[in-house]
Design a protein around this ligand. Sequence first.
Ligand code: GDP
Ligand code: MG
Length: 163
Amino acid sequence: MKPTVALVGRPNVGKSTLFNRLTKTRDALVADIPGLTRDRHYGHGRVGNKPYFVVDTGGFEPVVQDGIMHEMARQTLQAVDEADCVVFIVDARIGITPQDKVIANHLRQISQPVWLVVNKSEGMQQSIVAAEFYELGLGDPLAISASHGEGVKHLMELVLEPF
Ligand code: GDP
Ligand code: MG
């Protein structure tokens, strides 16, 4: 059975850019406007001879009143529930944000494997990029550049390895 990989993270970290690269489409809207991808968005990817489904999520828009978990539940929790594994994307240029911590707290409690991915790391040294994000408690951060395609194939080989 084809595994489903969910791409999650706060707005503007590069989920849709990675989705487009994995599915080789321009299907997911990439924008400079955070949170533009409103709905879950499904596509097909393949690494080597392994096909998989990938889900782009647009969730995690800032919700001050009820906290971010409320919004996460509404928009993305179902995608995470349905997924066989989760790619959690953070931003090398921005560093850890409070929203990242809320998401990480949730993802540490799910049963599926979670891969912590530090995007926008082109031109940066992998070990330095990764160091800051260990604090999220989700294991070894993997540095990639979704827009430049760096580290993406390696990431998906790791992600798909158990399937
Ligand atoms: P999403 O809100 O998480 O779906 O993020 P998007 O995919 O829409 O990307 C948000 C912004 O980050 C856009 O301006 C992208 O071009 C930019 N971006 C995405 N990936 C990278 C990357 O690897 N490096 C850099 N420098 N910018 C990126
Ligand atoms: Mg998006």
